[in-house]
Design a protein around this ligand. Sequence first.
Ligand code: TYM
Length: 325
Amino acid sequence: MRVLSAIQPTGAIHIGNYLGAIKQWIDLQEKNECIFFICDLHSITIPYDPKEFQKNILETAITYLAAGVNPEKSIFFVQSKVKEHTELCWLLGSVTPVGDLLRMTQYKEKSKQFKKNLDAGILNYPILMAADILLYKANAVPVGEDQAQHVELTRTIARKFNQRFGKTFNEPKTILPKMGARIMSLTNPKKKMSKSMGPQNYISLFDEPEEIEKKVMSAITDSGKEIKYNPVKKPGISNLLVIYSLFSGKPIKELENFFNGKSYSFFKKSLSELLINSLEPFRRKRKELLLRETYIKETLNIGAKRAETIAQSTMEEVKSKMGLV
Ligand code: TYM
């Protein structure tokens, strides 16, 4: 099976990204051919600072490596280094219904957020994501819940291309984790944890122990005292229970029994200790990797070359089918 996924280099990678996506990648990497990249071209669709951009890309590369992406096993690179992504994106635009782009949830949210200066990039964003996936003819795409709709659109685009130009692409399946596909914000548990809501709403993989403790202790919880999983009535505690369960490997039922009769603050103290210990290896590896910039850049270049070989072969086939050669 060929597995493919990516993350934007838009600042700290948080435990939502980790539990929803990266944790699955690391397991899948053992038995599959994997392609993991940093999608810098997606990040330029919203305002960003070009001066900070290379630093953010490097920081994201460090996160991938610290979290366990193994460049000996998986193809690991930066999207803009393989120009076929943008080339295929343009070609797929001719089989993508505008109506489908307009109904994407992420587009609807972003178009509200950037109402005054809405650029075409935000609308076309899912076509680039489809190009990312189809360029490598990936069979499976491990992502969090918020990206599942874009993978579904990728299947539609693949189908439409095949109908019009002959069988070229397979339809990739989405791989969602059984639990953790949508980790919620610490400050507003009705919204997903996201970088755009600011550092208080997430825990980064590299947060220092004091920050973790402060954020967990001040996480919004619900009225009542019971530590019970009930996402509708108790979204705050339920989200913290999911995080606890995924980092400890203990089922939620067992946690509910253990914390029965204990206070919210006892539970939060225990969760913050768990997170501090679980994230320690990430912080340690990051410190080591910060001293190895040359190695990281070389690794990314090698990855881009490996990716390019596959990408060029797909582009030859696509262009020939479309009458472009
Ligand atoms: P991005 O950078 O927003 O998020 C990266 C991954 O993290 C998942 N995720 C979450 N999972 C659980 N709970 C959360 N609160 C949470 N927040 C984010 C996302 O679902 C995603 O899997 N467009 C994509 C990147 C992309 C891509 C691709 C993915 C570009 N090309 C091709 C797969 C295949 C994005 O912006 O993800």
